[in-house]
Design a binder for this molecule. Sequence first.
Ligand SMILES: [Zn+2]
Length: 304
Amino acid sequence: MNILRFAVITAFFAVLPFSHIPAFAASDQEKVRVFACEPEWAALAQEVGGDKVEAFAATLATQNPHYIRARPSLISKVRKADLLICSGASLEIGWLPVLLKKASSDLQPGSVGYLMASNLVTMLEVPVVVDRSMGDIHPEGNPHVHLNPYNLIIVGEVLADRLSGIDPENTSFYKDSYRDFSSRMQKAISRWESEAAEFKGKPVVVHHKSFSYLINWLGMKGVGALEPKPGIPPTTSHLKNLLQQLRNSPADVIIRTPYDPDKASKWFSEKTGTRAVVLPYTIGGDSQSGDLFALFDRIIALLK
Ligand SMILES: [Zn+2]
């Protein structure tokens, strides 16, 4: 009798740790680790992946994503990642290849864990002839694709498929969560489009061509950039030419990101009397742009 009781108690305690503790610990480890090159893609991963993913953004809204250093902390993050999501089209050419060398084979081009948004959407400003000697940092077209919210819906769908491929057990979760995101986004788009109807045809000057997808989506007219070419800092002669060019039909607004230097934009604003505005280019671009929906709310409010 005593031996039997001992055996039962021993069996109970032997089973307890294995049936409970490891399962609890595993739920954290099993989160899909997403390495996003920019905050907008981390936010999209969070929208589609919910609590099944842990998303990390390699850059901040205050940093120019063209120019980031592949520092050791990023290498350590990318090594542990299950999925990489970036803008692509050479936006990260200066730093992502260095990180990819250290990443696993599951994150290499062509694999399920490698997702470049620019490969999925219709690209703007694709050059007919690329002349790298002229220093253009948009050789494959404009890589700043997230500022057309329809592109977020397109990329989100593929992202849900990729997450399902990596974590098949939660396939229905990712599908439902994408459907929910897409329907909320479509409703918001209708609202933004009606709020922004007044911007149609309005001429806009940008510092860098960071806002081409926004301008195109809202039917505004990009009439010039303060940079002579993407990535080439504004020069006096270029600014004077632009001033001359817009003499008879001035721009309505001059826009720049939080990380663009303000000098050229201020100079142009003083010369023309045109309002210069900093728009939150991505999540965290100002204190109110905390998620993808708030980002567009904020951009439209600031343009108004
Ligand atoms: Zn750019």
